[in-house]
Every structure is written in structure tokens, then in C-alpha cells.
Design a protein around this ligand. Structure first.
Ligand SMILES: Cc1cc2nc3c(=O)[nH]c(=O)nc-3n(C[C@H](O)[C@H](O)[C@H](O)COP(=O)(O)O)c2cc1C
Length: 281
């Protein structure tokens, strides 16, 4: 019941960014407090019975409940304040060699909406991340990965950013029905991220853009999902509680700035990713 109420609060006005975990805990505590109030009253009526004696003996064993609850409320309120002051980070990874192309355009729409929902946002272009690599692909020089091509390079900085992120949006142009070579090389180079379990439990969505209407956007999204699943992430689609359940991800057609449906789905994904990331904070 309390979870249903949380969903409602989250989608309404100023309270939509409240930390659900804290709200659920507060709800439980209020219920506990009410329950303990009821128990106290019922034991007053049965004062002289043996049952009342047993109940009051039990009560003596435990410290007074209200004290614990009030302490917890203060603690939870402090956690809530800290949570409010440190906004979540939603990070987009652009797999296109074009840093201001169609993929970047749709990723920006997702981020815009995430920002409007209270998140900090940033975008990484894989071409920048791979720029200073001697070999722009993984040749499995060590197993497990000894980070020989990561440490001290752009990739190290990007992987540090992945660690800080609460949610990721992966975007790729459709290249022969799947992700770009650059996007694939970036993730092939992330074996250490997987070993170090940096992304486990983080939320992620996918965006793809092709030149054709049915040019392989869904298969590209599927590949992006596979990449995230193999990193242990929780994959979301392009639906949200306030709209509809959505489908696999944002699928756009070039020119993306004229694709109204893709822009709409990108905005929905921006809302959803913040909702989901908030639950796991
Ligand atoms: C190597 C290559 C392969 C492509 N393969 C496809 C394809 O299979 N299906 C499709 O619809 N578009 C294909 N395209 C077109 C791109 O997906 C399209 O131009 C995309 O919008 C580019 O995104 P960007 O502006 O973010 O780079 C291909 C483009 C290139 C360069």
C-alpha cells in the first residue's frame, strides 16, 4: 500500500523527487507508532488479567518504542537532506563519431528531461574516450584485464565517471543493423569495469538512430541492452508510470530533430531513468 502511495507522490509536483526508500521507511515507522499506540490502549483495558501482566512484562523487556522511532525519524530526515543535497548523476554515452549528430541530439533530449527532474547530467562521446588509445580495440593482452591501456588515459577518467553515475543512457547510430564500431570498442575495453562490478545494479536505457525507418534500430537497442546486462545493470525501456509502459528503447530516424515520436520517447526515458535511479539510491 505504502509503495502505491509513493508512486503517486513521486509523480505529483514538488514531492516527486522525494527519496522513495526514505518515504517507505517513514510510512512504516508511522504505522508502527500507530500500532504501538493501539497496543498500549488495549493493554490498559486488560489491566488486571494475567494476559495484561504477560504483555506488560514483554513491554518491560523492550526499550520504549517511541524513543527508537523518534531517533530513527531524525536520522532518516538527515539522510533525506543529504540525499536532496547530492543530486543524482545521469550519464549519456554517445557511440556516434559525430558529436553533434542525430544520436547526440536524442541523448540530449533524454538528459534535458532528467535534468528537469532534478538530476545532474553529463554526456561522454566514445570517440573522445578512445582518442588517446594506441589500439582502439581490445586485444585481450591480459586476462583478467590489468588495465594497461586504461590507467592514465581518457578511458580511466570516463570509467571513474561511470562509477559516479546513478544511471546511464547508451546511444548509438545504427551501423549495419547494430551498434557502431566505436561503441563496441569502448565496451570491449571495459572488461575491468565488469570485473570491478562498477555498474552492477545501476539503471540504464538505450537510444538508437538509423537513416531508414526500419533500419535496425530495435536490433541496435537490443545490443545496447545486452552490453548493459553483461555489466550487471538494470535495463529500462522508454515507458514511465505517468505515460505508458513503452517498448524497448528510443528508436529514431534521421533527421532526429524532425522525428517527433523519438523526441517524445526520449523525454519519457529521461523521466523514467530518474524515477528508477531514485529507487536504488
Ligand atoms: C557504416 C554505416 C552503416 C550504416 N548502417 C545503417 C543501417 O544498417 N541502417 C540504417 O537505418 N542506417 C544506417 N546507417 C545510417 C546511420 O545510422 C544514420 O546516418 C545515423 O542517423 C547517424 O547517426 P549520427 O548522426 O548520430 O552519427 C549507417 C551509416 C554508416 C556510416
Amino acid at each position: 500500500m505504502s509503495e502505491v502511495r509513493v508512486e503517486h507522490r513521486m509523480s505529483s509536483g514538488t514531492t516527486r523527487q522525494l527519496a522513495p526508500a526514505v518515504i517507505i521507511r517513514l510510512d512504516r515507522m508511522i504505522q508502527e507508532k500507530r500500532q504501538s499506540g493501539r497496543n498500549d490502549k488495549s493493554s490498559v483495558g486488560a489491566e488486571h488479567t494475567g494476559m495484561a501482566h504477560r504483555q506488560s512484562k514483554k513491554a518491560e523487556d523492550k526499550p520504549p518504542r517511541y524513543k527508537k522511532t523518534e531517533c530513527s525519524l531524525v536520522l532518516d530526515f538527515s539522510i533525506f537532506l543529504v540525499w536532496r543535497l547530492t543530486a543524482m548523476l545521469i550519464l549519456a554515452i554517445n557511440g556516434s563519431p559525430d558529436k553533434s549528430g542525430n544520436t547526440a541530439f536524442l541523448l540530449s533530449r533524454v538528459l534535458e528531461e532528467a535534468k528537469a527532474n532534478g538530476a545532474k547530467v553529463d554526456m561522454v562521446h566514445v570517440v573522445d574516450a578512445l582518442e588517446d588509445q594506441d589500439k582502439p580495440y581490445c586485444d585481450a593482452c591480459s586476462s583478467p584485464c590489468n588495465r594497461s591501456c586504461i590507467d592514465g588515459t581518457n578511458l580511466e577518467q570516463v570509467f571513474n565517471l561511470l562509477e559516479k553515475a546513478d544511471g546511464l543512457v547508451l546511444g548509438s547510430p545504427v551501423y549495419f543493423g547494430t551498434v557502431s564500431a566505436q561503441m563496441k570498442a569502448f565496451w570491449d575495453k571495459s572488461r575491468c569495469v565488469r570485473t570491478e562490478k562498477i555498474l552492477i545494479g545501476k539503471v540504464g536505457g538505450a537510444v538508437s538512430v538509423g537513416a531508414s525507418r526500419f533500419g535496425g534500430q530495435e536490433t541496435t537497442v537490443r545490443t545496447l541492452h545486452d552490453i548493459m546486462l553483461i555489466q550487471g545493470m538494470n535495463v529500462i525501456g522508454d515507458g514511465s508510470a505517468g505515460f505508458d509502459a513503452g517498448h524497448q528503447g528510443v528508436c529514431g530516424q534521421k533527421p532526429a530533430d524532425e522525428d517527433k515520436e523519438a523526441i517524445k520517447r526520449a523525454k519519457i526515458m529521461g523521466t523514467r531513468i530518474v524515477e528508477e535511479a531514485a529507487k536504488s539510491r
